[in-house]
Ligand binder design. Structure first.
Ligand SMILES: Nc1ncnc2c1ncn2[C@@H]1O[C@H](COP(=O)(O)OP(=O)(O)OP(=O)(O)O)[C@@H](O)[C@H]1O
Ligand SMILES: CC(C)(CO)[C@@H](O)C(=O)NCCC(=O)O
Ligand SMILES: [K+]
Length: 247
């Protein structure tokens, strides 16, 4: 059984695979919750563990230590690389490219073998461009929905609302007639405007000859804009398997 983890800034996404079949998985918000969730997998028998983290080195080491103690296996961490599986990292300093972005790009190119635009809608929203020859051209980073709404709530006195009304406000896109509608729909339009701009840039580069990959918790908010896009929620895990193959 393989334990895989994607440690993002807000959540840890994890899954357990037995002979390639998912036997457990989920989203948790702390190391303790992760260990508890994994321990609850029926017939748990972890033989290998691999992970990617965009957290600090201290946080990542601490999680790796808990895994060794709890499950008695070493955890292999994805490392920065100048190139992997036919993809060349486009950053001036390759180690500065977020490892989740790197793995998503490697995963997308593995699946597409063509030019691709990779869009990730997590805590941050990221766009990455890979040419048909595997050259990563770089990308863009901006705040995701959680950060946009939290900034507005934090830096204004009169914007306050609960999660349930936020969810309901997003069911329509007409101009908001309440604060929650105005803010949620405004942030949604920022997100969708970002997607439109990335698509325009990709078309400038490649015409219609590219694939779009969507991933991350909020990908469903833009999916209708790119019906031909591939929604691959485990894209980072696809890349993780490529760069950390089993021994
Ligand atoms: N308390 C929760 N329990 C389970 N799932 C949650 C919880 N809160 C949010 N989620 C879901 O977890 C997923 C988080 O994925 P997301 O890609 O946004 O990760 P993140 O860690 O916030 O961001 P990133 O990896 O970009 O830093 C989303 O699908 C979200 O809806
Ligand atoms: C942009 C995030 C936060 C997205 O999860 C992550 O990829 C990251 O911390 N990146 C480092 C900065 C960079 O990619 O240039
Ligand atoms: K992510």
């Amino acid at each position: 059984m393989i334990l895989e983890m994607d440690c993002g800034n807000s959540f840890i996404k994890w899954r357990a695979l037995d002979a390639g079949v998912a036997v457990g998985g989920g989203v948790v918000d702390s190391d303790a919750a992760l260990l508890a969730a994994v321990l609850a997998v029926p017939g748990l028998n972890i033989t290998h563990c691999r992970l990617v983290s965009v957290r600090s080195d201290d946080e990542t080491s601490s999680l790796v230590a808990s895994i060794v103690t709890t499950f008695g296996v070493a955890a292999q961490c994805a490392q920065p690389a100048r190139s992997a599986a036919g993809v060349s990292n486009g950053y001036e300093e390759f180690a500065r490219l977020g490892l989740d972005r790197w793995l998503a790009v490697v995963g997308a190119f593995e699946l597409a073998k063509s030019a691709c635009l990779v869009l990730d809608f997590g805590t941050a929203v990221t766009a990455d461009f890979v040419a048909a020859d595997g050259q990563h051209l770089g990308g863009f980073i901006c705040p995701g929905m959680p950060l946009m709404r939290d900034q507005l709530r934090t830096h204004t006195r009169r914007i306050r609302y609960d999660d349930l009304s936020a969810e309901q406000a997003l069911l329509q896109r007409t101009p908001g007639r309440t604060t929650v509608e105005a803010v949620e729909r405004g942030c949604l339009l920022m997100l969708r405007g970002f997607v439109m701009t990335q698509l325009e840039l990709a078309r400038e580069y490649w015409g219609e000859d590219f694939e779009v990959f969507l991933t991350g918790g909020d990908a469903s908010l833009v999916k209708d804009m790119v019906p031909e896009a591939r929604l691959v929620q485990d894209l980072v895990f696809v890349g993780l398997a490529v760069v950390c193959p089993l021994p």
